[in-house]
Each structure stands twice: as C-alpha cells, then as structure tokens.
Design a binder for this molecule. Structure first.
Ligand code: NAD
Ligand SMILES: O=P(O)(O)OC[C@H]1O[C@H](O[C@H]2[C@H](O)[C@@H](O)[C@@H](O)O[C@@H]2CO)[C@H](O)[C@@H](O)[C@@H]1O
Ligand code: MN
Length: 445
C-alpha cells in the first residue's frame, strides 16, 4: 500500500492532538511515511511537536519522518495532503469579534453575523497565501480545509483558485449532529445515510436513511428531538454553551417541523433570543481560552514532562472525536478511492436546481481518488431558497469586499446578514471592526 506524506497546517491548533491520535489509529487504512506540523507560532508548534515525538515513538514507530516547523518551504515540500486548521488572529481576535458585535446590539458569534464577517476578512488572505505557498512546493497535493468561517473561505478559494479541484472545504457540525441522531436511535453514525442541503453552518437534513434497510428515520427523529436531549457524544458538549445549543434544537424543530436544522440556524432564525442569552463580559472565546485550549496544552505539557503516554491516563483510545475522524476519513477516501459519501462544500453547478450555479453549497458528495462528486438534490422550497439566497449574497459580498477592498460592499454584506440588518448598525460596527483588525485586514475604501 502506498505511504503518504501529510502536513497539518495550524499544527498548534487545539484540535491537532486528536488528529495525530486518529492518524495513529488509522495507520493500516491510511499509512503514512511523513507527518509535518506547520504553524506560524514557534511556541505553540514546539509543544505540539514535542508531544508528537512521544506519541509516534509509542504508537507509530513505522513512521519514517516527523517534522515540526514554522518554515513554509520545509513544511509544504513533498506532501500528498495538507489538512488546514488555522485561526487567523487566534482566539483573542475571536474574543474581539464576539464582543464588538455585542457592543453594537448584535449577536457575537465565531462564524455567524458580524463576528464571522470579521473572521472571514482575516482568514481569506491567510488561507489564500498558504495555498499559494503549498502549490509552489506540492502542486498536486490535496488541500483539505477546516479553517473557519468555512463558507466564506470556500467562496474565496473557489473564486481565486477556480481551476484547482484539489481544494476541499469541510465542516464537522453536520456529522456531530448525526452522532447525536445515531445515539438517540441506538445506531452508529455510519449506519445512517443523510440527505442534506444548504450552505455551511446554514443547512437542513431532509432524510436520514438506514443504510441497510432504507428506512427514513427523519419522522422518528423529529418526534424524539422535539423534547431536548442531553447530548453525550463529545466531552466538549458538556460545556454550558454547547449544552444550550443542542437543547435549543427542540425549539427549532417545534417551530419548523419540516426538516432537521443545523444547530447554527439558531443564530439566524432567533437572533434576538440568542443575543439576549449572551454574556458581554465572558463570551465563547473566553470559555475556550480558559477551558479547552488551556486543558489541551496542559495535557501535552504533562505528557512531555512524563515522557510517555502508554500506561498513563492519557493513553489514546479508538474514540478521538468526530472532528479528527471526519477529516482523516476524507483523506482516506481520496487515497483509497472508497467512494464514501461526505457532506462537503462544493460549487452548486445545478445540484440544487433553483439556486445560483456558482453558489458554494453544502451537500452530500461521493469522494474517490478523482475527487468530489456532488449528488443531486433537486429543488428546495421557497422558505429555504429565500434564506439561502440572502445568506449567500452576504457571503459573496464579503468576498467581494475583500477582493475589491470595498467598504461599501462590506457594509452591504453586514446589512444582508440576518443578525445585523440595520444600516446604521452595520456602518458603526464596520468602523469598530476595521480599527480592531488593522493588523489583519486589507484596507477598505
Ligand atoms: N470547519 C469546522 O467544522 C471546524 C471545526 C472546528 C474548528 N475549526 C476551525 O479550525 C481552526 C483552528 O481552531 P482552534 O480553535 O484550534 O484554533 P487555535 O487558535 O487553537 O489554533 C489555530 C492555530 O493556527 C495557527 N495559525 C494562525 N494563523 C496561521 C497562519 N497564517 N499560518 C500558520 N498557522 C497559523 C495559530 O498559531 C494556532 O496555533 C479554526 O479556524 C476553527 O474555526 C473548524
Ligand atoms: O466554540 P468552539 O470553538 O468549541 O466550537 C466551534 C466549532 O463548532 C463546530 O465544531 C465542533 C464539532 O462539531 C464537534 O464535533 C467537536 O469536534 O467540537 C467542534 C467544536 O469545538 C463547528 O463545526 C466549527 O465550525 C466551529 O469552529
Ligand atoms: Mn463548522
């Protein structure tokens, strides 16, 4: 079996340790000769790198090469896959995004509304530059992007690298939701086959079929989920904000009982309610910095001090979470031509007949060694069409604003976002976001 070389871009991410564990677990199916970790911050990369040395010595002795570096030329030479998970501006800029939006009476959220807009304007140049550097060194490698806001990054990369069919944008939220469906049905996620349409963080499940019997569980799931369920599928979901998100799904299903919504629709369909729930002094960024990020780094530092993982409480298990699992499954499908179906972002091209052909939709796609083949959806009803078109216009205008350096388009994008709406708010918000993002955004005129 061919052995591959992969690079994790944003190697200092709090998601990297689980991804590395997943690569160890999957070595039979997806054998590797080289793993590269690349980050633009030395201090972070060195910690994850030192942790990876211990992990691979114990769990992946067959691996020929581990490289951890902040040099892009070293990182991107001779690789078959780049898994990208950068956070331009890190979590302290996420905190700014959230708090500036709240100050203006809007929802403060990482990927939705004004926060997602600000993050998008930082992510586009960073991701575009990294892709350019990767293509100089490894023109054929698969680039699998998780970096958020994925909808905006996908729109930008599709416009800027329109001929490059080896860039794939992916999100784990739909499968995290499917893990929850599987749990309440007493099944495994891989027993289920979804039909889904929409944009990233803005979509609906229309059917959940049993892969073996063909039964559609959607009616049963709607009944079950009208009552809030306590989701236990990921340790992270025990945090108060995730608990509240999954709990709120029941309200959405009671109000809209046609399809099953992505959790992120709560922000667009109930922006006032979501705004009222926020704590302007302590947002999700604070929760993550004080919680998951800190714990992840402390865990790696403890392991480095111990010098071992096996035989300790940190020994890796089969279950390393769906974020890592999904991206490694996707890489495996590309490498081994498995033709598995994934929910991915892809150019519409008629898959959803009554929507713009160039829209970056999130739909089921078959994946094999020749790439991504989206599966037909058909037409979508007026309510969903209206919502999607407005949200896509916001995403498109955000990318236009970046490409043209246009303040007018930036303002128009914000007005179109259902979490902002008012023109005076959009203008004031934009001024504050420009000031906060001086170091990251191109100049808007
Ligand atoms: N698509 C999805 O469903 C999904 C799911 C989870 C996380 N994410 C995304 O994954 C990313 C990582 O999240 P996190 O919470 O681990 O963030 P993090 O801040 O812990 O890690 C991101 C890493 O990227 C590095 N980085 C930033 N800019 C860089 C650049 N230009 N070049 C190289 N490295 C750079 C940072 O130094 C940091 O170590 C974010 O974009 C997040 O939104 C996406
Ligand atoms: O607030 P955060 O940073 O904890 O999460 C924001 C991300 O939420 C989704 O990803 C989930 C994922 O669905 C879940 O399975 C698990 O792996 O945790 C992730 C969050 O930490 C969402 O899809 C991402 O785009 C968000 O960045
Ligand atoms: Mn996502």
């Amino acid at each position: 079996m061919k052995e591959y070389a992969i690079c994790i871009v944003g190697g200092g991410s709090r998601y990297t340790p689980d991804m590395l564990a997943m690569l160890c677990n999957q070595k039979e199916r997806f054998p590797l000769r080289k793993i590269v970790l690349y980050d633009n911050e030395n201090e972070r990369q060195d910690v994850v790198g030192a942790y990876a040395e211990i992990l691979f010595k114990e769990y992946y002795p067959e691996l020929k090469e581990l490289v951890y570096t902040t040099d892009p030329d070293t990182a991107f030479s001779d690789i078959d896959f780049a898994l990208m998970q950068i956070r331009a501006g890190r979590l302290n800029m996420r905190e700014q995004d959230e708090k500036i939006a709240i100050k203006h009476g809007c929802l403060g959220q990482e990927t939705c509304g004004a926060g997602g807009f600000a993050y998008g304007m930082r992510s586009i140049p960073a991701v575009v530059e990294i892709i350019k550097q990767i293509r100089e060194k490894s023109p054929e490698c698969w680039i699998l992007n998780y970096s958020n806001p994925a909808a905006i990054v996908a729109e930008a990369t599709n416009r800027i690298y329109s001929d490059d069919k080896r860039i794939i944008n992916i999100c784990d939220m739909p499968i995290a939701i499917m893990d929850m469906y599987a749990a309440v049905l007493g099944k495994k996620r891989k027993d289920l086959e979804p039909k889904y349409f929409g944009l990233n963080h803005f979509g609906w499940f229309t059917n959940i079929y049993d892969r073996e019997t063909g039964e559609d569980y959607l009616p049963r799931l709607k009944e079950i989920l009208k009552t809030p369920v306590d989701v236990q599928t990921e340790p992270l979901f025990q945090e108060p904000s995730w608990k509240a998100t999954f709990k709120f799904m029941s309200t959405m299903i009671q109000d809209y009982d046609e399809y099953l919504p992505n959790t992120y629709l709560q922000y667009y369909l109930y922006p006032r309610k979501m705004f009222e729930k926020q704590n302007s002094d302590y947002t999700r960024a604070n929760e993550v910095m004080d919680g998951n990020e800190k714990e992840t780094y402390e865990r790696m530092e403890t392991i480095i001090a111990l010098g071992k993982i096996k035989g300790t409480e940190f020994a890796i298990t089969e279950d390393v979470g769906c974020h890592a699992e999904y991206i490694v499954d996707l890489a495996t499908a590309l490498a081994n031509n498995t033709k598995e179906v994934f929910l991915l972002m892809t150019e519409n091209k008629g898959i959803i007949e009554n929507l713009d052909r160039h829209m970056m939709v999130e739909v089921p796609c078959r994946v094999g060694s020749s790439g991504v083949e989206p599966l037909v959806v058909g037409t979508v009803p007026t309510f969903y069409k209206g919502l999607i078109e407005q949200q896509y216009a916001y995403e498109k205008l955000t990318v236009d604003a970046y490409l043209e350096g246009s303040k007018k388009k930036a303002m128009q994008a914000l007005v179109l976002n259902r979490t902002v709406v008012n023109t005076d708010t959009a203008i004031a918000l934009l001024e504050d976001l420009i000031k906060a993002n001086k170091e990251y955004w191109r100049e808007l005129k």
